[in-house]
Design a protein. Structure first.
Length: 322
């Protein structure tokens, strides 16, 4: 059988030494892809939790133990025993586990593909963002409400107050405060599709967004977003660690020095093409577009200096396509 492409689509850190990882197996052009959800723990072999026979890349965790694996046509696979599904699963979409003990269940919460999921830091709350702009909010495993933003959300983040910020393919930014959504004002970029590919909240409370179309914007607490003078790159992600901002771009991984409204990029690594990036505690986790024989992601650990990393290495996920 011809080997099919395998790639890591999503990383969700759970603790200092444990990550959830989605591995997508494209199978062939006539079938839906399979998505495998693994847990990786340092010093241990990868553990396959569950596989869905569709694209499931919206991964979130609530209260440290309930996993939500969401994606195709509004399907959610979860180990939360009391989670309320609004609709049954499609007959052609199934899931399976590597052992006979059934811990996961599957159903649907909407009719559109779920592209993002986020577990709020406070309380047992999960939010699903669908491709059509639907926002499904669940609290304590029960359905709470549905609201809307614009279509095609790409990235999201939350601050320490539980406010969620979402960026879309059309370059729009939304604030989700409880059950209310509010679009934040963005300056005109002159781009037909100003994709917001990364969004983060600084320790100061300022919000930064980056775009695949080459710009970086900033919103201070009391003002609207402004475009910052910065090099034009294909930006993919943005995150803060210890007060320092890092961006991933097609050109590599950079730290950022901001002075008088202008950004300088400090190159840290250019040996791989970073895609998504997120931070957890003092570490950066990045997916990559560079193909290798074994699926992998990159872990980068910043040091005390803005221009150096303490460590940067690949984490391989051993897997055989059958």
């Amino acid at each position: 059988m011809q080997e099919q492409p395998l790639f890591i689509a999503t990383i969700e850190p759970v603790s200092a030494d444990t990550q959830l990882v989605t591995l997508v197996n494209s199978t062939d052009e006539t079938a839906l892809p399979h998505t495998h959800l693994y847990t990786l723990q340092e010093g241990k072999a990868p553990l396959l939790l569950v596989t869905g026979n569709a694209l499931f890349t919206g991964v979130a965790v609530s209260v440290g133990r309930y996993v939500y694996f969401a994606g195709y046509n509004g399907h959610v696979i979860t180990n939360c025993p009391d989670f309320h599904f609004t609709n049954p699963s499609q007959e052609d979409i199934f899931f399976y586990e590597p052992n006979e003990k059934v811990e996961f269940r599957m159903g649907r919460v909407t009719d559109s593909d779920i592209v993002l999921s986020i577990g709020l830091n406070k309380g047992n709350r999960i939010i699903f963002f669908a491709k059509d702009g639907s926002v499904l909010i669940y609290s304590n495993a029960g359905y709470e409400c549905k609201t809307h933003i614009s279509a095609d959300p790409v990235c999201c983040c939350q601050n320490d107050k539980g406010h969620v910020y979402v960026g879309t393919e059309e370059g729009r930014i939304w604030l989700l405060d409880g059950k209310k959504t509010n679009e934040l004002s963005m300056p005109e970029t002159g781009l037909p599709r100003a994709v917001i590919s990364g969004i983060t909240v600084a320790p100061t409370g300022d919000i930064y967004v980056v775009s695949r179309n080459g710009f970086i914007a900033k919103k201070t607490i009391d003002n609207d977003f402004l475009i910052i003078k910065a090099p034009i790159n294909h930006y993919n992600g943005v995150a803060f660690i210890a007060g320092i901002m890092y961006v991933s771009a097609r050109e590599g991984l950079f730290s950022i020095k901001e002075l008088d409204g202008e950004i300088t990029l400090i190159p840290l690594r250019n040996t791989f093409n970073p895609l998504s990036m997120l931070s957890y505690r003092n570490e950066l986790f990045l997916t990559s577009a560079n193909p290798r024989a074994t699926p992998y992601f990159v872990k980068a650990i910043p040091g005390n200096n803005i221009d150096k990393l303490e460590a940067c290495y690949t984490v391989n996920l051993s897997y055989e396509a059958k």
